[in-house]
Design a binder for this molecule. Sequence first.
Ligand code: UTP
Length: 408
Amino acid sequence: MNKITYDDMLKKLEGCGQTQLLRYYDELDAKQKCALLCQIADTDFSVVRAGKEEAERGVISPIPVTELDDIKANRDHFINAGLEEIRAGKVGAVLLAGGMGTRLGSDAPKGVYNVGITRELYIFECLINNLMDVVRLAGCPIHLFIMTSDKNHEATVAFLKEKNFFGYDENFVHFFMQEMAPASDYNGKVYLEEKWKISTSPNGNGGWYSSMAKWGMLDIVKTNGIEWLNVFAVDNVLQRIADPVFIGATKVMGCSVGSKVIKKASPDEKVGVMCLEDGRPSIVEYYELTDEMRSAKTKDGKLAYNFGVILNYLFHVPELNKIMDAQLPLHVVEKKIPCLDENGDKVEPDSPNGYKFESLILDMIHLLDGCMVFEVVREKEFAPIKNKTGVDSVESARELLKKNGVEL
Ligand code: UTP
């Protein structure tokens, strides 16, 4: 490997207008200088933008949804097809736990949050319990891949080890880490978090599959003959994971991807909506929905864009391999970024002070042919924990857990 020199790094930063990152270089000791130069060498500054640019959208139209009645009518067929895949070892689960969970306001990984009241019940524990239901039903183990980030990897691994993986067979749990991206002020100037450290943030959940590849996870996928990956978010404590009905339905219908959806509670609910974009499956974020789309009706008088995604997708591995190197759109998100002020003192801002740059898993759906849009009962499968109180919070999730018979 070539030696990383100050001059080369200065040249790299001049090329992308980020020389402020070397402002304190002369004050650093040898180890810190080395750490900063290495981080500059490793960082891709091309993601940094000085503002939000909305990507042009194609022509949006409603997408056919497999609704609850259709699923009920074919339940036995679907469940048998799904169990067959699971028992043949063809299904893996991928937990996306690399996010910062800033809205919940805890520095610890979101999964270690205790939602119990009279007893301990952690978010990770709820998810593992849900997956174990299927392991028991199928009578065979399921590989669980867990994505963490630089900010929470050690804490996540240590917690799950300490809790003995809540009874899950450790040999079937595999950790991998996602990439980080630089975070900047509103003018696109990347912040320093320390005089020797660039401010970074996890680069969104869109890079999960390429991160799996980088961490050697695809060897496990290949060696074990895993053909389906059920990817899910850390924060929905009620979701069914490796759900045989969902897997069976996606397989039977010959789709390369499946997306669980719920009927929206109101046209304004803040969930991404499934649709077709230029004839291909796609997801429109809630803030991109126009008034016209919110009120649009189908021929039979139903709301045309009424199904929201819950971040529970099933991907067919052969198709994923084909899109692995595809470029996903970049999302620019306003955020509170710990940084140094003009005097070089550390600041923990109370309100957003710049941008982080993310790619999102929902944009992968548009790259794939044929999406099984699969309705689930929201009261039974949707209890996201984004905030401490109010909508999508610890409070609302506790109510829903109780309604579903989970002792708190
Ligand atoms: P969210 O959109 O809720 O983001 O993530 P977040 O960063 O966790 O939370 P806030 O916005 O700061 O409060 C949805 C899912 O995607 C994962 C999260 O862990 C969660 O399961 N995620 C998000 C990642 O794995 N990596 C990321 O970079 C971002």
